[in-house]
Design a protein around this ligand. Structure first.
Ligand code: WTA
Length: 649
């Protein structure tokens, strides 16, 4: 098979942070001498107490544990803010704020201003009784105060848990209950794509649900100035509690292994799990990956289009760029509002040099044709990035040729909420690119492929992707459930971290991520657990059973396909279909919108009652000739029925 290879542009070789030779040499060092490598990187940060112990980790059952920089003491916000002020960068712009509607003016915040606002809120939180280790939920639109809220928590050692603004009241309640949240920071409403998102009303509804009594205070940012219900004394206006606070706030002294945040993410089973990241390792890894993968320069204008409700926003809108004193665009809206030219207009308006976005966004912009892109200049762009799902070569080429005018390298970055930062990615000045490949591992990362039995595979082949040794940004536990942490990630292939992804390694040792091999569906770059959707469906009184699988979707990457068995004597109807779609959206949030509901009088099960998802996936994909062996099914005729009732499109 002939493959396109895009070499490193000649002009980059002279001004890059890392050439190919340097990559090879430093990668080898990072693997053979992790203490030396990471100790040196850690030394470039500001610590109250420099760590002397660097790596202390094991993935094995008997001595399992993950600790990095364990005797170090620091505060991440000192690295994000104070350090830059001391170095005379107080007037550098930290955030360029671009509002949802282009009719409103954009704004900017310097590192000095960000420091002051963070300190004011941190002081207010302390006054409201929040202490080190308390959990604070953040349910906010994409505005500067969202970043300020995260930083203010980190300043005083409170553990933040950001809840994506698109999640429903039920999802908020689940997270609040699991983390025993004491305070929530929200806004009256958010603006998104010209619509108003009723954030405060959703919080109100969530706090009426059982298990949410831990919440003592709700801070409300006046964002749209819509009238909202303020329940005194629980609800307080953000501007009122921060206004008279001093602009200095003593940073809490944190051990490197003290928790920084919890972020909930979907897994194969049960409810979303609280991925816990700690302070020192996460900081070093987020910042170092951000600097190296984006080959950062002092005058860059970096735009990551993710929401801060996801890990990409945490690492590459907040902590990574701020640690590196980078200027970042913070965009409140969506790439297609008010029309499909918006992304390109923002790039020209703010002279964005690095665009980091998701394949789903690239595909939806590609669909609108090249003319919309060509109306813009995009001459400021020097680097493009992709994250969240595999990028198909067609979208890759369009991104490269049309969006980037065949000038800018693309970094296709593979990583996960659990990994804290980028794990497999090109480095722009070092790595020749192949469309669709995440290419090579980052420093310190040891990927391997194993077969279903856990046997290590060598050479050019395909298998399950595992990581065989720890890296500083790795999650430390599932909040409140260390056993689930071990079982989920370290028991499938003992001694390794199992990613849940499949991958292929080619003859040049390049990595190609093929997608999830577990029951997680990646819809537009968002992880959705089949179990969550199924439990939302069976909550309906007419539903007896449900099984949800992913299927290829042109824009979203994967779509949600639900097989639903109704209770006896309930008629299948379009009204019921609509009702079920709505039910899932309100239980989880609009990202969980079912694409297909297939009425299934029975589901294919083994004789021991296990649903055969492999067959359901094939039917959903329309691969009806490849159903494989159905003879072990309790009732093979169930499959024939599903095949004959599958809609033809
Ligand atoms: C997928 C997002 C292919 C993968 C940072 C992973 C990717 C899941 C890529 C994590 C990529 C992410 N190529 N697949 N460049 N990046 N994925 O936790 O399946 O929201 O396991 O983290 O997204 O999603 P999460």
């Amino acid at each position: 098979m002939t493959q396109d290879v895009y070499p490193v542009p000649q002009e980059l070789c002279d001004c890059t942070l890392c050439t190919d030779e340097q990559y090879i040499e430093q990668y080898a060092r990072s693997i053979h001498d992790p203490d030396g490598y990471w100790g040196e990187i850690a030394g470039t940060f500001e610590w109250f107490k420099q760590p002397t112990k660097i790596k202390n980790t094991s993935f094995h059952k008997d001595d399992f544990g993950i600790k990095w920089f364990e005797d170090g003491e620091l505060n991440i916000t000192v690295n994000c803010l104070d350090r830059h002020l001391k170095q005379g960068r107080g007037n550098k712009i930290a955030y360029i704020f671009e509002p949802d509607s282009p009719r409103y003016p954009s704004g900017s915040v310097t590192f000095r201003e960000l420091h002051d606002r963070t300190c004011q809120l941190a002081n207010a939180l302390r006054q409201l009784g929040i202490q080190k280790g308390d959990r604070v939920a953040i349910y906010m639109p994409m505005i500067v105060d969202a970043a300020v809220s995260m930083l203010a928590c980190a300043r005083i050692g409170a553990i933040h848990t950001v809840i994506f603004g698109g999640f429903s009241a039920q999802s908020i309640a689940d997270r609040v209950q699991d983390a025993q949240v004491k305070l929530i920071i929200t806004a009256d409403e958010g603006h998104r794509g010209g619509k108003h998102v009723p954030l405060k009303a959703n919080v109100d509804q969530a706090l009426k649900l059982p298990g949410t009594n831990s919440v003592e205070t709700v801070l409300v940012v006046r964002n749209t100035h819509a009238a909202v219900n303020m329940q005194m004394p629980r609800d307080r206006w953000f501007d009122e509690v921060t206004r008279n606070q001093p602009v200095e706030c003593e940073p809490e002294r944190m051990n490197a292994e003290d928790p920084l945040f919890i972020l909930y993410t979907s897994g194969s089973t049960g409810k979303p799990k609280g991925v816990l990241h700690t302070t020192g390792g996460y900081m070093v890894y987020a910042a170092h990956t951000h600097r190296m993968v984006f080959d950062l320069r002092d005058d860059d204008v970096f735009w990551c289009t993710a929401d801060i409700g996801w890990i990409t926003g945490h690492s590459y809108i907040v902590y990574g760029p701020l640690c590196n004193a980078a200027t970042t665009v913070l965009f409140e809206g969506i790439p297609t509002y008010p029309d499909v030219r918006r992304t390109w207009q923002i790039i020209d308006r703010h002279r964005v040099t690095i665009l980091y976005t998701a394949p789903t966004a690239i595909r939806s912009l590609m669909r609108e044709g090249d003319e919309n892109v060509k109306l813009s200049e995009r001459t400021s762009i020097r680097l493009l990035g992709s994250v969240g799902e595999p990028i198909n070569p067609e979208a890759w080429r369009w991104y490269y040729e049309v969006a980037g005018d065949s000038r800018s390298p693309i970094v296709d970055t593979w990583w996960q909420t659990e990994t804290g930062g980028i794990m497999i990615s090109p480095l722009p000045g070092a790595t020749a690119l192949k469309p669709g490949s995440a290419t090579r591992p980052f420093f310190g990362i040891k990927p391997e492929l194993v077969d279903a039995e856990g046997k290590t595979l060598s050479g050019a082949t395909e298998g399950n992707l595992v990581i065989t040794d720890s890296w500083p940004g790795q999650m430390r536990t599932i909040y409140g459930d260390p056993q689930r942490f071990f079982d989920t990630y370290f028991s499938t292939y003992p001694g390794t971290y199992f990613t849940g992804d499949g991958a292929r390694r080619d003859e040049d040792d390049y990595w190609w991520i093929t997608g999830r091999v577990d029951d997680v569906i990646n819809v537009s770059g968002h992880r959705i657990g089949t179990a969550e959707v199924e439990s939302a469906l069976v909550a309906h009184p007419h539903v007896a059973e449900a099984a949800v699988v992913g299927f290829p979707h042109e824009l979203k990457g994967q779509g949600l396909y639900a097989y639903v068995t109704l209770n006896a004597e309930v008629a299948e109807s379009d009204d019921l279909r609509t009702e079920l779609v709505k039910l899932v959206r309100t239980t989880i949030g609009p990202i969980a919108t079912l694409d297909v509901i297939h009425w299934a009088p029975g589901l294919p099960k083994t004789r021991s009652g296990k649903i055969m998802r492999r067959i359901l996936r094939k039917i959903a994909e329309g691969e009806l000739g490849a159903l494989g062996d159905t003879s072990t099914l309790a009732d093979p005729s169930v499959v024939d029925h599903l095949v004959s009732t599958r809609s033809a499109d």
